[in-house]
Design a binder for this molecule. Structure first.
Ligand SMILES: CC(=O)SCCNC(=O)CCNC(=O)[C@H](O)C(C)(C)COP(=O)(O)OP(=O)(O)OC[C@H]1O[C@@H](n2cnc3c(N)ncnc32)[C@H](O)[C@@H]1OP(=O)(O)O
Length: 157
């Protein structure tokens, strides 16, 4: 598959309806955008409907202002049999200026599913560049760390 399909970028303005009580963009809005970008990337890569399986360690570095141009980049960094691990980076800045800051990062896991909601196989992502290989290692490391987190959370699920 052409590597063009492994990454997508959503671009739009943060609207007044996204405001929180402090006058900046609501964290919940950012999480919704992250989910939409991740879903688009997963559906694009697999050619199937996909559902969110896991979102971990969302880090909000900087606030986003209303009126900022927001860019959300989502890219496949690892695929299992039915899962797609997607790295998401959010950038934002004044549309009158070129410069944008990274405001948020996380890694999400989506599963491709059939019409009954059963997970189905996805095409294998083959990293080529040094950066892509590094990101695949990052995804694998997070999978290992997640085993401990899952164990810790078990009594509360
Ligand atoms: C677009 C949206 O926002 S959808 C709305 C939010 N999401 C949902 O409603 C999904 C609800 N959850 C579900 O329907 C089910 O849990 C499913 C379909 C996601 C998974 O069903 P399961 O019976 O657990 O299937 P299964 O065990 O085969 O897991 C599917 C894949 O998810 C992976 N997975 C399961 N749990 C985890 C986890 N905690 N972390 C990371 N990956 C996980 C599995 O490793 C597997 O990937 P693989 O085939 O590449 O190894």
């Amino acid at each position: 598959m052409d590597s063009i399909y492994h990454t997508i970028t959503l671009r739009f303005l943060a609207e007044p309806s996204d405001v929180n009580f402090g006058g900046k963009v609501h964290g919940g809005s950012v999480m919704k955008w992250i989910d939409q970008a991740g879903y688009t990337c997963a559906a694009n890569w697999s050619g199937q409907y996909a559902v969110t399986v896991y979102v971990g360690g969302i880090r909000f570095f900087k606030p986003i202002s209303i009126g900022d141009l927001v860019e959300i980049n989502a890219k496949i960094i690892y695929t299992g049999k039915t899962s797609m691990h997607i790295s998401i980076d959010v950038f934002a800045g004044n549309p009158r200026q070129q410069q944008k800051s990274k405001t948020t990062h996380c890694v999400m896991v989506f599963a491709a599913v059939d019409d009954t909601g059963k997970p189905i196989p996805v095409p294998k992502w083959q990293p080529q560049t040094a950066n892509e290989i590094n990101l695949e290692q990052y995804a694998k490391k997070l999978m290992d760390l997640r085993k401990d987190i899952d164990e810790e959370m078990k009594p509360y699920l």
